[in-house]
Ligand binder design. Structure first.
Ligand code: GLU
Length: 477
């Protein structure tokens, strides 16, 4: 496709992106957006979008937590390529890379004890110096360590110069190499650090583009040191293009948190948001194409460009999401909406009837729960309870009118919107009332509620027999 885009570093290398969520029990919408951007970028270039589960925190990474992520991504329509990579299964490979760096003199054993390191940090704090490992074992002979003493493996990072990243979103960012200390690759127990695991996995997966939250920008400077150190030791350690996307803020400008409402993708599904709304809303958080508000998945793939993502944080606006959802509901296929509504309503619901009713049901709803609520009257069975406002409407006068309506409708030959409307109009005129006034008790009797789709739609959807039975149940004897 558009291989001349400015943000595709090397047209010869097929694009490979990855989304690397940590299972925390939910799929945060900020992460979902990162996943969406990674996926779209790969799809745009006809490349591969890979998925890696960073499940090294054993306590949190339950299968359930992993399933929540997989389910959320599938719901959004993001189909990742190939097998999902599980970081925890790759610890042996991570250790192997650390060993290779050690063998090549690009890393070294550090025998500093935890107490010693604490002391070092405290001294740095007291001297108001930045806290970082001081390289005390960098040039020391390991033979000086007591026999059998535990050690970590630390990378040898450059002591002079600076590390520069041409970030596709942040622009040119650089760090003085003195700020990058010789960080740990392998812990004393032989387990890899997160910093090592991420970069080894990225390289083994052949990632050409790392698209992730800008809270990882600092990590990129460190991960690059590992990549550079491995060049010449193994093939395939090519620097990726980095794109660090800004975090999402709430509509008050503060970093998105629980107090702004739901944070998990599943919460939004449960709130009755359609997946295409969420897809589109997340897409528009930080990315845009002119004034266009809504994009199909195909359009998003064709137009997405990571360099068009803004540097500033984007704001999450629930109102906007809901109004967008209303538009998507109205545009959605009736049978599909009916299936979703039926699931919300439970076993009493009938998908065929819901599908038939959908054109009138979907005109106002902003979310699927509201839509299902509006459809509930279809599945009530006599006798059913009136809600409070409906009950208040059904006074003696209203019940007398209902019995008159009952008599008229019993005599109606054609059970169509037009015929029913014409019939009741005559009665309303006789009473000198507006049709709306007459419709109120009728609506209450038919639905048990004071809001519903248009009253003639309700009559037709319920059918003659059920409608007459419901009116009779409330009419004066
Ligand atoms: N697992 C990290 C997270 O969920 C992402 C790591 C990365 O993208 O490099 O924040």
């Amino acid at each position: 496709m558009a291989s001349s885009d400015s943000n595709h570093a090397d047209a010869q290398r097929p694009v490979v992106t990855r989304f690397a969520p940590s299972p925390t029990g939910f799929l945060h919408i900020g992460n979902a957006r990162t996943g969406l951007f990674s996926w779209l970028y790969a799809r745009h270039f006809g490349g591969k979008a890979l998925l890696r589960i960073e499940d090294t925190d054993k306590a949190r990474s339950t299968q359930e937590a992993i399933d929540v992520i997989l389910e959320g991504l599938a719901w959004l329509g993001l189909d990742f390529d190939g097998e999902t990579v599980y970081q925890s299964e790759r610890a042996g490979r991570h250790a192997e890379v650390a060993q290779k760096l050690l063998d090549a003199g690009k890393a070294y054993k550090c025998f500093a004890t935890p107490e010693e390191l604490t002391e070092m940090r405290e001294a740095q704090r007291a001297a108001k110096q930045p806290m970082r490992y001081d390289g005390r074992w960098r040039d020391r002979d390991p033979a000086e360590a007591p026999a059998g003493a535990p050690f970590t493996i630390r990378i040898k990072t450059p002591e002079v110069g600076e590390t520069v990243i041409e970030d596709a979103v942040q622009g040119r960012v650089k760090v003085d190499n003195r700020e990058i200390d010789d960080f740990i690759l392998l812990r004393a127990d032989g387990s890899p650090t997160y910093m090592l695991a991420v970069v080894v996995d990225d390289m083994d997966m052949g990632c050409t583009h790392i698209i992730r939250g800008d809270d990882h920008l600092n990590n990129a400077f460190r991960q690059l040191q590992v990549i550079r150190a491995m060049q010449g030791i193994e093939d395939g350690w090519e620097e990726p293009v980095y794109a660090h996307i800004p975090l999402i803020h709430g509509n008050d400008g503060a970093k998105l948190s629980k107090r702004h409402g739901a944070l998990g993708v599943r919460d939004y599904r449960d709130m009755g948001i359609l997946p295409e709304t969420m897809f589109n809303y997340l897409l528009r958080l930080g990315w845009g194409h002119g004034d266009q508000e809504e994009f199909s998945m195909e359009e998003a793939i064709a137009l997405f460009d990571i360099t068009a993502v803004g540097k500033g944080p984007s704001r999450f606006d629930m109102k906007k999401l809901l109004s967008m959802n209303g538009n998507y509901i109205r545009a959605a296929d009736d049978a599909r909406l009916a299936a979703i509504a039926a699931e919300i309503l439970g076993e009493k619901a009938d998908v065929a009837l819901l599908t038939q009713a959908m054109p009138v049901l979907k005109t106002r709803a902003r979310d699927m729960n509201e839509l299902a609520d509006g459809a509930a009257f279809l599945f009530k069975t006599l006798p059913f309870a009136m809600d409070e406002q409906a009950a208040a409407l059904l006074d003696d006068e209203a019940r007398i009118r209902l019995s008159a309506i009952l008599a008229r409708l019993q005599g109606e030959t054609y059970w169509t919107i037009e015929a029913l409307e014409a019939n009741l109009k005559v009665y309303a005129e006789e009473l000198g009332l507006g049709l709306g006034k007459l419709a109120q008790p009728l609506r209450a009797a038919l639905t048990g509620q004071t809001t519903s789709p248009g009253i003639f739609d309700v009559l037709v959807l319920l059918g003659r027999e059920e409608s007459l039975a419901r009116i009779a149940a409330q009419a004066a004897a």
